[in-house]
Design a protein around this ligand. Structure first.
Ligand SMILES: O=C(O)COP(=O)(O)O
Ligand SMILES: [Mg+2]
Length: 230
């Protein structure tokens, strides 16, 4: 039987690990524009933001693989030509480098939540699957960078979420321990990473999660806005 859900008060954290895309920032417009530039430069039809939102969450390389196969479950599609994949990846990276942040927005409730956690002495990190070089520029253009003491990106370590390691690395940097640390995200990758790390998780319903509901992922708390945590 599943454990009963705890409320956030019982989880009130000393360390909060935040996912980035789909949790703090609605970055899908820029990711979609970069994916579409890449596809169009290869002579393919654009995918559009609604489909691209479903492809975000496992890092840039998987995003490119999903875009080229047109499938979330890219591994069950026909194998990709690796020369095409490498070419598409560098086109995507080049486009995203110049678009990153330009049409992204901070989700409602994020600032208030970060402010309150900070006032309560909580130390905060971003643990994202987004390649590290895109993370700080995005946080800076959203005016969020000052809240976070450390960042772990999708290529900072040899593994990324849903592996536990990125969460444990950030937690240790902030002198946290599993009893006082919470992961806050929007997808199955976040919920599974938290479980693998032995940490409680909070999931938001407004994020990406491959187009599926986050209610049945076994998170300790599920919210429509981070202000519900306050
Ligand atoms: O780059 C991605 O796929 C998104 O990363 P995030 O949801 O872990 O922030
Ligand atoms: Mg996310």
């Amino acid at each position: 039987m599943d454990e009963p859900r705890r409320n956030f008060t019982s989880l009130w954290p000393g360390v909060a690990l935040f996912d980035l895309d789909g949790t703090l920032v609605d970055s899908a417009p820029d990711l979609a524009a970069a994916v579409d530039q890449m596809l169009e430069s290869l002579g393919r039809p654009p995918a559009g933001p609604d489909r691209v939102r479903q492809w975000v969450g496992n890092g840039a390389q998987v995003l490119v693989r999903r875009a080229l196969t047109g499938q979330v479950e890219w591994e069950s599609a026909a194998p990709l030509d690796e020369v095409l994949f490498n070419d598409a990846s560098s086109r995507f990276y080049q486009s995203y480098e110049s678009l990153n942040g330009s049409h992204s927005t901070v989700f409602d409730g994020v600032e208030a939540c970060l402010q309150r956690l900070f006032e309560n002495g909580c130390r905060m990190a971003v643990v994202t699957n987004k390649p590290e070089r895109f993370v700080r520029p995005l946080l800076e253009s959203m005016g969020l960078e000052h809240w976070f003491e450390t960042i772990v990106g999708g290529d900072t370590l040899p593994v990324k979420k849903p592996d536990a390691e990125p969460l444990l690395t950030a937690m240790q940097k902030l002198d946290g321990n599993p009893g006082t640390t919470v992961m806050i995200g929007d997808s199955a990758a976040d919920a599974t990473a938290a479980r693998n790390a032995g940490l409680p998780s909070v999931l938001v319903r407004y994020g990406y999660n491959y187009g599926s509901s986050v209610d049945e992922l076994g998170a300790d708390v599920v919210v429509d806005s981070l202000t519900e945590l306050l």
